[in-house]
Design a protein around this ligand. Structure first.
Ligand code: AMP
Ligand code: MN
Ligand code: MN
Length: 321
């Protein structure tokens, strides 16, 4: 895949828009903010706006987080519009702005977004994160501690602090370069990745307590219903990390976490350690993601959802066993 020349793409642009996927995670927020801070310096005179669903408060530590627009005006026209960390169908309210922009650029690392959705695409499934890809396109002369911090945040969130198998030697080299800019990376990791509020820990505990192993202990599942979320007063953002904790269970290859999003509707998060290609499982149900981390939304009762998922997970085990 050819790389992109950001300066050339944005040359002469007066209005530049940037957006990422609905339910924005660290990589999505980090890459959008890093690119906006960079383009504000590298493309003189351009107005650069980031559009996202409201990110979790932990991301307020990034410069420019307070300027994120959560309510796009569909009538607004952009000379260049970047879709980061997703394909156009997951941009939510910003999808229209992307589609009607003069130039559409897609930067992503999801294997389920094989061809990209832009006029120019930079999709590299082997990259740890979109933040890593965005960093690779930046000229060193414009980099500073704020941009480095946003890129670093994106990388640590998608790699589980350089732990998951998507971490490459290149990811580590970039991590080393980034901490050289002098932001407080220890605090950033602690406060955005590990620290949980009291209710977040409570609901994590509840999800673990009520989890069930199946397929002879090779899979684990837990579900949080809407009424439980209401009881604890939590939002979907408070459930981040539960599926990773489920995957840590000894002997488990595939972890499934569901939370209720509507009547007979669940958001599904899938994580695997080795055998199950969860991107294929999620893809079968209209979602997508990566080989080891993927998601989708499914309809039916909890039992329907688990039965349907189980069949596809079983197929993955049959392929590998
Ligand atoms: P999640 O379980 O929501 O944290 O998602 C795990 C990974 O899969 C992330 O990289 C998501 O961006 C991606 N993902 C989740 N849902 C979808 C979907 N419906 N389509 C494509 N990718 C998804
Ligand atoms: Mn993401
Ligand atoms: Mn990502």
């Amino acid at each position: 895949m050819q790389t992109l020349d950001l300066e050339k793409i944005c040359c002469g642009a007066e209005k530049i828009g940037i957006s990422g996927h609905i339910r924005p995670d660290g990589d999505c927020v980090g890459s959008c903010i890093a690119l906006s801070l960079y383009l504000k310096k590298a493309v003189k005179g351009a107005e650069v706006t980031v559009f996202l669903e409201k990110p979790a408060d932990i991301y307020n530590c990034l410069k420019g987080a307070e300027e994120i627009s959560t309510k796009p005006d569909e009538a607004e026209r952009f000379d260049v519009f970047f879709a980061l960390d997703c394909s156009a169908d997951r941009l939510g309210a910003a999808q229209k702005l992307f589609e009607q922009a003069g130039k559409r650029i897609n930067i992503d690392h999801h294997i389920s977004n094989e061809y990209g959705c832009g006029d120019e695409n930079y999709v590299v499934p082997s990259a740890s994160s979109t933040s890593e890809l965005v960093y690779g396109l930046m000229k060193r002369e414009y980099l500073d501690a704020d941009i480095a911090k946003a890129v670093y945040l994106g990388i640590i969130h998608d790699t589980g602090v350089f732990q998951y198998s998507n971490t490459s030697p290149e990811t580590m080299r970039i991590g080393a370069e980034l901490i050289g800019y002098g932001f407080d990376f220890t605090k950033l990791i602690e406060e955005t990745f590990y620290e949980k509020t009291y209710v977040q820990n409570q609901i994590l505990g509840r999800a673990l307590l009520e989890s069930v192993m199946f397929m002879d202990g090779r899979c684990i599942v837990s579900v949080i219903e809407k009424k439980t979320m209401d009881f604890y007063g939590v939002t979907p953002q408070d459930l981040d990390g539960i599926v990773s904790q489920l995957r840590n269970t000894k002997g488990v290859d595939c972890a499934v976490f569901l939370y209720q999003t509507g009547i007979l509707e669940y958001k599904v998060s899938l994580r695997s350690n080795e055998k199950v290609n969860v991107a294929e499982v999620a893809g079968y149900f209209g979602g997508g993601g990566h080989v080891r981390a993927a998601g989708c939304t499914m309809s039916g009762t909890y039992h329907d959802v688990i039965n349907n998922l189980s069949r596809q997970i079983e197929k993955q085990f049959e392929k590998k066993d």
